[in-house]
Ligand binder design. Structure first.
Ligand code: HEC
Ligand code: HEC
Length: 414
């Protein structure tokens, strides 16, 4: 499409008014009936999320990789190279823990030696998919949540966040020593001081810890007795995440009627974003349809994506469409992390070379974007300025958080 055609289309669609008006507001985050939100559970979840003691060697918290100021993603990166460095299958992932044996002693890893290991995919936002029925790029954390100890159904539907949270705690790349058990984790939490390694602790967390000085007391406040169980750990973490709702972006105010909330460039970008059919996948108001699609970034042989879960060949290379709220804060882009600038992620769509396996646009026909002239700049203005919630960027409540031990200056190399 030429710019001229886009302009014509713009006037055409404006003539019909704003067709997204009906869905302009984010719906409330779905909460499973089995795990209602309470304040004591939320604060406990926030403490657990930011406590590096949840990892086997006290070096990594959930928040190490999921930082609000970087859109819920990671400001750091490492290279996951496979067996060959610097080739087409490299991924820019998040550093986790050093490789540890069953007693928690460091052991050399074939790819990373004694350095922190790196995740084989980029860290997505932990609050970008609060509305999704499944979690992870490939959706492998599903909606039904079973008690990890008994196998009983604890949440019938809507428990993907609870399900997801069980995974990093035992992942030997992210937070765990080899063969870590729930018993290892729950007995550790019984004895450590909450957030012992953190500093600059926000008021709500500080007050909770001052009235309940150890984890058993914090669990009692949240759940009625001092038992620390796997189900309770992930219930609290999921509850905290469900309160991280990034719904105060300039776009939200613009759609609510404040004409001045978006800059002129961002307004133009918003129109182009609709006309180019970006909205067919990055569907407002979430800016994702939570579906799995292949945009032809990489051959699926390097990462099967959704196909690894469904076993269906057509799903090869498909990943969850990421929400674009706060995308301007992210340090790297796409599940491979291969772009370090938002503009690269946008201009990628101008690439006319179709990689095999690329999906058509849902209800939008073939994939032929023409992103030239001012279009990439306007799109960037829209995504960067229009979709950033200032509370996320500035890490103010509910997106505030303590400083981690790993972020203290004394730990940085001289
Ligand atoms: C070492 C870095 C690291 C740590 C620590 C970590 N994560 Fe993640 N997180 C990731 C990566 C990488 C993915 C994507 C993995 C994939 O899709 O295969 C992810 C995915 C997620 C998702 C899914 C988001 C989506 O859009 O599907 C959520 C939610 C999440 N993490 C929450 C957590 C919680 C809660 C913890 C702590 C219990 C945690 N993470 C610890 C790196 C990390
Ligand atoms: C066919 C569905 C589809 C369409 C249409 C689409 N996207 Fe995407 N978008 C995706 C998927 C899927 C990803 C993640 C791809 C990956 O990681 O391999 C993505 C990723 C992105 C990212 C990086 C986000 C992140 O967190 O890393 C940006 C920015 C983006 N898209 C912008 C756009 C723009 C601008 C348009 C219109 C020109 C557009 N998209 C059209 C599906 C789509």
């Amino acid at each position: 499409m030429t710019i001229r055609a886009i302009l014509l289309l713009t006037f055409f669609s404006l003539g019909f008014g704003c067709w997204w008006q009906a869905s302009a507001q984010l719906s409330p985050v779905p909460v499973p009936v089995e795990n209602p939100i309470t304040e004591t559970k939320r604060v406990l979840g926030k403490i657990l999320f930011w406590d590096e003691q949840l990892s086997s060697n006290d070096t990594v918290a959930c928040g190490t990789c999921h930082q609000p100021a970087f859109g819920g993603g990671d400001s750091r990166y490492g290279r996951y190279t496979g067996s060959d460095k610097g080739t087409i299958d490299d991924v820019w992932g998040s550093p986790g823990v050093v490789h540890m044996d069953q007693s928690g002693d460091p052991v050399a890893h074939s790819m990373f030696g004694f350095e922190p290991q790196v995740t084989p995919r980029l860290t997505p936002s932990n609050f970008g998919s609060l509305w999704a029925t499944e979690q992870f790029w490939d959706g492998r954390a599903t909606s039904e949540f079973l008690d990890p100890l008994t196998g009983e159904i604890v949440i019938a539907t809507g428990g993907s966040l609870e399900n997801q949270a069980t995974s990093p705690l035992f992942n030997p790349v992210e937070m765990a020593k080899s063969g870590r058990t729930w018993e290892d984790l729950t007995s550790k939490l019984e004895s450590v001081d909450p957030l012992a390694l953190a500093s600059d602790i926000p008021q709500d967390m500080l007050e909770a810890i001052q009235s309940n000085r150890d984890y058993p007391s914090l669990f009692q406040a949240a759940f009625g007795d001092k038992n620390i169980t796997p189900v309770r750990i992930v219930f609290a973490i999921a509850t905290y995440q469900r309160t991280l709702v990034p719904d105060q972006t300039p776009w939200d105010y613009y759609m609510a009627g404040d004409e001045n909330a978006l800059s002129e460039d961002a307004k133009f970008g918003w129109r182009v974003f609709q006309e180019l059919r970006c909205v067919n996948c990055h569907e407002p108001p979430l800016f994702t349809n939570n579906d799995y699609l292949n945009i032809g970034l990489r051959l699926s042989k390097y990462d099967l994506g959704r196909q690894a879960i469904t076993g269906i060949e057509e799903d090869g290379g498909e990943v969850k469409v990421p929400s674009l709220r706060n995308v301007g804060l992210k340090a790297r882009f796409m599940h491979t992390g291969e772009f370090s600038r938002l503009s690269e992620a946008i201009v990628f769509y101008d690439n006319a070379i179709a990689l095999p396996g690329r999906d058509d646009i849902p209800n939008g026909g073939a994939y032929n974007f023409n992103i030239t002239g001012y279009v990439p700049y306007d799109l960037e203005a829209f995504l960067r300025n229009g979709l950033t919630d200032p509370r996320v960027k500035n890490e103010t409540f509910p997106f505030d958080r303590p400083k981690l031990n790993s972020e203290k200056e004394s730990l940085l190399p001289e």
